[in-house]
Design a protein around this ligand. Sequence first.
Ligand code: GLN
Length: 540
Amino acid sequence: MSKYIFIGGGVMSSVGKGITTASIGKVLQSRGYSVTAVKIDPYINVDAGTMNPIEHGEVFVTDDGTECDQDIGNYERFLDLNLSKDNYMTTGSVYLSVIKKERNLEFEGKCVEVVPDIPNEVISRIKNVEEKTKADFVLIEIGGTVGEYQNMLFLESARIMKLKQPKDVLFVLVSYLPIPSVVGEMKTKPTQTAARMLNEAGIQPDFIFGRASRPLDEPRKKKISLFCNIREENVLSSPDVESIYEIPVRFDEQGLGDLILEKFELDKGTKDLKEWEDLVNRIKSCEEEVKIGIVGKYFETGEFNLLDSYISVIEAVKHASWFYHKKPVITWLSSSKYENGENLNELDEFDAIVVPGGFGTRGVEGKIKVIEYVRKNNIPFLGLCLGLQLAVIEYARNVCNIKDATSREFNDKAENLVIDIMEEQKELLKNNNYGGTMRLGSWDCNLKKDSLAFNVYEKEDIKERHRHRYEVDNSYRDILEKNGLIFSGINKDKDLVEIIELKNHPYFIACQFHPELKSSPLKPHPLFKGLIEATKQKTA
Ligand code: GLN
């Protein structure tokens, strides 16, 4: 029988519930327990695939092609798990299942009600994960903030589970403690209010994690303990840290492992967090900088810059940099400023350039200019998904002299659609069938021996995760190849281009898949490792 730990957020969104969930999991793993994690997104969207990255951050993709929240990525990176559709649900997907069951007469004529039928569906999905994984702990992160309407049904699920299995369920509140600059003191009142709202929903938190820019001091812990009706040692400090990977170590230092295992009356095991502690020490000791530019368009929201849209790319760059004992310095380069061919020589400052994935026409011409520049100026380059498509367009236009080369995504009237859509996709789009219908999830890729790709992967057959609709049009492969572009990775089943690369360049490689989704700090991805390795040659 599994134990369940629910994690909810207080005061505001983005308090780091995902990282907290992953870190609690890491602490439990370090005691020899197996862990899995479930993310609940309180949106009507059936999955994250239809959400704009500026609104919701990166869309993460699992091996089975589930388009989900970026926190699934956090769980995979911290906990070395390979998750699936079972580990992710949204309000929309839960309602959809219940309504489908109602249509199939599975409720046998009874009135189907929001409570308990919706929470029951949530609980049955959680139990399904338990059954399939047999994990000792199932961690369930409830997206959103305690007190908001769309959060309620999931709190209701936690309440019912706690009611039925009081010894098997814990609730963790991750709350935020502001330090208003005019007062200069850390305030606990918003957290007290969040705990009260949780009480109103029938839930008493077992732990409160205080997120703040600084550690919580004794008076703050005492106040939270008194007003939130919780033992003082169960109030943990979760201050801002230099690297998120440090958080499990900070939790462990505060006795989190013992506290949880005592609550569940489980054996405390012998702690082994050595590999993770070594990682944190390595991260902290990296001094020599490596400057990476990421050229994208999902950064700006009003006057603020969002990093969430490219979170896996950013993490993958970091993992590979730390592997080579370098301190990554990542700069966001907005593609629009390169559109007219201006500002390009500022790229010389960087040790490497990444052009990540993206959708739609905005920003593509700037990215194409960047790719031309890095190709001609020997700057190490990695293109991801859209990055591959644009590298092919750039090569077709500027080397093969196919001046109007483009993708059907940008201009379906153009004559030379070097990037085009597969027949089955045309049908889907005709019927406005957008949700969950791209080429998704894990696909096989065969690497050409003696290629750069083969060199970095050190094997011939790989599997990588996809999320795109468009592909290289095979009828242009000949002319591109004759002009020097190498197709070094191919999906043999459908004869699709997966990797392209160039010779006589320190590192010029692009892939149709998203390698960033499979990188973790203990297992950096070969394509990112190759990129950082190539910067050594550049600076040497
Ligand atoms: N927009 C492109 C496509 O749909 C690339 C997608 C991506 O970069 N993930 O094929």
